[in-house]
Design a protein around this ligand. Structure first.
Ligand code: ADP
Length: 361
C-alpha cells in the first residue's frame, strides 16, 4: 500500500492553532516509500537477492525439489512489512522455474468474476501472485479455496429453483500471496499456503551491499562510507535504501559532479530531513502527536490517525513497525506509548518523577 504522505500540515488544520509550525519555504517533496523505482532495480534471479538468507535457503530447496519432481511448487505466502522484498521474491520464483506469471492486487478483486480470468488463464505450473492478500473480500476468498485446494472453481448459474453449480477444472498452478498483515488472514486461507515465509528487516551491511550494487546499475560512483550512511538511514528497508540512493544521485549530479561521497550523502539526507537513525518527517510527526496531544500515551492508533489525518492502516503498516523495532514505541493492550528512548532521540526531557513508560504528564 502506498504510504500516505502529509506535507506541511493537514487540510483541516485549525486556523486558530497557535502551536509552533515547521518553517515555511521550499520543501523537497521526497517520498522514501515511493514505489515508482521498484521495477528498475528489482533483482531478477535468486542469486541477485541480498540478505534474507533463511528465506532464500528455503526457497532454493523448494524450487529444487519442484524441478526434480517436475511438479508445480506448493502455494507460498510471504509476510512482512512493506518494501522488504515480497514482490521481488514472487517475481523471481517463476523466472527460476521458467514458468508463466500473472500478478493481481487483492483490492482490485472485488468479486469472484474478477479473479476467475486469472484462474482460468493459469497454465500448468504457472504462478499467480496476489499482493495484499489480506484485503480479499470474503466472497472472493471463498471462491479461491477450491481453486487452491482441488484446482477447480464452482460457478453458480441462474437463481432460485433454476440455480445450479458447475465445476470447472483448472490447471495445477502455484498461488503466491503477499501480506503486510498475516494476522488479518483468515485461518482457512492461511492454511491453504503450504509454505509460509516471513521477510524481516535487513541489517546495515546487507543494505549497504544493495546500495552498492544498485549504484553500479545506475552507473553512479559512490564511496563505501556513503553506502553505509544511506544504509544506516534506510530503516532496514531496501525500498527506502533505493529511494534515498536516487535522491543522493540527484543531489550529487546537481551539486557535486555526480559522485556520492560521504559528505554529499550526509548533506543530501539532511536536506530531506531523514535523520541518522532513519526517522523522517512523518515518523517524527507521529511521535510528537503521541507526546503533545496524547501526553505520551497510551493512545489508540485510530485516534493518532485522526490527529495526523492519516489512515490508521498506514500508521500500522508503515510507521509503527520500525518505531517498535528501534524501541521508540510500545504497543500495549491500552494503546501506544512513547518510550524514554524516543524522548531522548527527539531531545525532549520527561519530568523526572513521571517516566516515559507510563503517561507522560
Ligand atoms: P514488498 O513487495 O515487500 O513491498 P518489493 O519486493 O517491491 O517489496 O521491494 C522493493 C524494492 O526493494 C525492490 O524493487 C528491490 O529493488 C528492492 N529489494 C527488495 N528486497 C531486496 C533484496 N533482498 N535484495 C536486493 N534488493 C531488494
Amino acid at each position: 500500500m502506498a504510504r500516505q504522505r502529509i506535507i506541511n500540515g493537514s487540510p483541516d488544520e485549525d486556523p486558530d492553532d497557535e502551536s509552533p509550525r515547521p518553517p515555511l519555504g521550499p520543501k523537497v517533496d521526497f517520498r522514501p516509500d515511493d514505489e515508482k523505482h521498484d521495477d528498475e532495480l528489482r533483482p531478477q534471479r535468486l542469486e541477485d537477492i541480498v540478505g534474507q538468507r533463511k528465506v532464500v535457503e528455503r526457497l532454493r530447496i523448494m524450487l529444487d525439489a519442484a524441478k526434480k519432481r517436475q511438479e508445480p511448487l506448493g502455494h507460498v505466502l510471504f509476510d512482512g512489512p512493506p518494501g522488504l522484498g515480497k514482490t521481488t521474491f514472487a517475481t523471481v520464483i517463476p523466472k527460476e522455474l521458467g514458468t508463466d506469471f500473472q500478478i493481481a492486487s487483492a483490492p482490485a478483486l472485488t468479486a469472484p468474476k474478477d479473479v476467475l480470468s486469472y484462474l482460468t488463464n493459469a497454465s500448468y505450473g504457472s504462478v499467480l501472485f496476489i499482493d495484499e492478500i489480506h484485503r480479499l473480500p470474503p466472497a472472493v476468498e471463498e471462491f479461491i479455496y477450491p481453486a487452491m485446494e482441488d484446482f477447480r472453481v464452482d460457478i453458480s448459474l441462474g437463481e432460485g429453483i433454476n440455480a445450479r453449480t458447475i465445476n470447472m477444472p483448472l490447471k495445477r498452478f502455484t498461488m503466491i500471496g503477499a501480506t503486510t498483515r498475516s494476522g488479518m488472514l483468515t485461518a482457512p486461507l492461511r492454511d491453504r499456503f503450504v509454505n509460509r515465509l516471513h521477510v524481516d528487516f535487513y541489517d546495515e551491511p546487507d543494505l549497504a551491499e544493495i546500495v552498492q550494487r544498485n549504484s553500479r546499475k545506475l552507473r553512479t560512483e559512490i564511496e563505501p562510507s556513503a553506502s553505509a550512511e544511506i544504509a544506516r538511514r534506510s530503516r532496514g528497508t531496501p525500498r527506502k535504501a533505493n529511494n534515498l540512493l536516487y535522491w543522493c544521485r540527484d543531489y550529487a549530479d546537481s551539486k557535486a559532479q555526480g559522485r556520492i561521497t560521504d559528505d554529499v550523502a550526509r548533506r543530501a539526507l539532511e536536506m530531506i530531513e531523514v535523520d541518522h537513525v532513519g526517522l523522517d518527517e512523518l515518523d517524527r510527526r507521529y511521535l510528537m502527536i503521541l507526546i503533545n496531544v496524547f501526553c505520551g500515551g497510551p493512545a489508540g492508533v485510530q485516534a493518532i490517525g485522526h490527529s495526523m489525518n492519516c489512515p490508521a492502516d498506514t500508521l500500522e503498516d508503515e510507521i509503527e513497525p520500525f518505531l517498535l523495532r528501534v524501541g521508540f514505541l510500545q504497543r500495549t493492550p491500552r494503546g501506544r506509548i512513547v518510550t524514554a528512548a524516543a524522548l531522548a532521540h527527539l531531545g525532549i526531557t520527561a519530568p523526572p518523577d513521571k517516566p516515559a513508560q507510563g503517561s507522560l504528564f
